[in-house]
Design a protein around this ligand. Structure first.
Ligand SMILES: [Zn+2]
Length: 419
């Protein structure tokens, strides 16, 4: 059984109602941090040592500021302070003389809004009404109610009932409070079947998927168009660190992430429908190593390696956890020779050239979409026996993949004829 920890971020639709209460807790967390920081300084001056989190908690337990927050939330603030000191010691030990000890949390004359963490006893999750009750400390309970009732909204597709929530964090970001749910898996689903699918990642077709006997292409056009659009927009900015440039970067990242989420979701859905239990992905890490030997594809002809390196890594991560939630195993295999071999007969030809996206085998005359051929070769890497009887099988599907395009207005991938 796999156990994974994941953090989901959510917005708070009833922000207006809970904002003041969360502000109070955020300020209280900053004050407690400063109390702890001051105490640590005193100890340091007297003894030459910094107290650890156990000592901080024991010493400050009776402090007025400690009871502004739920005891577990206060403990967490002091743990963070101790962690910050440890991080600083570590850097110093490694010879980083410029490293500075953790500072006080001040924002002019007032206190900034620190992150507040709620452990098991400090929150209550109401899955039915998608809200969570966050406990306040004793000091802040007197005048108003003793908890804050936050509604929350996660990204579409995230279902917190499938997770065991370990901790909730209230985080102040971009002028509003958000919630982070730190979760552990509770489910260990049965795989949809024992089928095997192969995925080949590339530039024109971001992903080609072979199910053996059937294949789907996911063109990366939408991603490339965005890249072009944002590069041009950004080139018009006078200053690459300006507010406008930052806004564009954020928007571009958001769009890329959305594309990759939709793609990984679509891929996993196709796998579930076909009873796939193992998803094999060509490992591009191998390709990049091959580059030094001059053996692999020339990425330079196709565009921005940075974008695609980033996008492939991110996609593989998303695919991995979406597949895991369905009980599908994701395996990475080397992409070596997967573009040079015929997936129908296994013949490998180093001089094989791909023309107009087609792979033509000189031995068995199979004609295949080059990316589908790659995906099928990747799929075969984990199959018990290789298909070497190309002549006897109907290989028409290799040349006729279905094409699923990204529909911007819906934000999903759909078969071409439905668009
Ligand atoms: Zn062949």
């Amino acid at each position: 059984m796999s156990r994974t920890i994941r953090t989901f971020e959510a917005t708070i639709p009833n922000q207006q109602q809970v904002r003041d209460d969360l502000d109070q807790l955020g300020w209280a967390a900053s004050k407690l941090w400063n109390v702890g920081r001051y105490y640590a300084q005193e100890q340091w001056d007297e003894t030459g040592e910094i107290p650890d989190d156990g000592e901080l908690k024991a010493e400050l337990k009776g402090h007025e500021r400690y009871t502004d927050l739920h005891s577990q939330s206060s403990q967490r603030v002091l743990e963070e302070l101790a962690e910050a000191f440890n991080g600083w010691f570590g850097k110093r030990r490694n010879g980083d003389d410029r490293a500075r000890p953790p500072g006080y949390r001040k924002n002019g004359d007032s206190h900034p809004r620190s992150t507040v963490s709620f452990k098991a006893a400090g929150f209550k999750h109401d899955a039915q009404f998608t809200r969570v009750r966050l406990s306040k400390g004793r000091n802040l309970k007197e005048h108003r109610s003793d908890f804050i009732l936050c509604e929350y909204q996660t990204r579409p597709g995230v279902d917190l009932t499938e997770w065991d929530i370990q901790q909730v964090r209230a985080v102040y970001k971009r002028d509003e409070w958000r919630l982070q749910f730190v979760c552990r898996t509770t489910i260990d689903p049965e795989p949809p079947g024992d089928g095997v699918a192969g995925v080949d990642l590339g530039i024109c077709n971001f992903a080609a998927v072979s199910f053996g006997g059937e294949s789907v292409l996911y063109p990366g056009g939408a991603l490339k168009e965005d890249e072009y659009y944002f590069s041009k927009k950004k080139a018009k900015c006078d200053d690459s660190s300006s507010r406008e440039a930052t806004r564009l970067d954020r928007k571009r990242t958001g769009r890329r992430t959305h594309f990759l989420h939709a793609l990984s979701k679509a891929t996993v859905k196709e796998c579930v429908e076909r009873g796939v239990g193992t998803l094999v992905v060509g490992d591009l890490g191998g390709i990049r190593e091959d580059d030094e030997n001059g053996e692999s594809r020339n990425w330079g002809d196709h565009g921005n390696l940075d974008l695609h390196g980033w996008a492939f890594d991110r996609f593989t991560t998303l695919l991995d956890y979406k597949a895991e939630a369905e009980g599908i195993d994701v395996e990475l295999v080397s992409e070596r020779d997967t573009s040079k071999s015929c997936s129908a007969c296994g013949h490998t030809d180093d001089t094989q050239r791909v023309e107009r996206g087609l792979y033509v085998c000189e031995k068995c005359d199979t004609v295949a979409n080059a990316d589908v051929n790659g995906a099928e070769n990747i799929r075969q890497k984990v199959l018990p026996s290789l298909a070497t009887d190309g002549g006897d099988r109907d290989n028409g599907w290799l040349a006729q993949p279905a094409v699923h395009l990204f529909d911007r207005s819906e934000g999903v991938f759909a078969p071409r004829e439905q668009l």
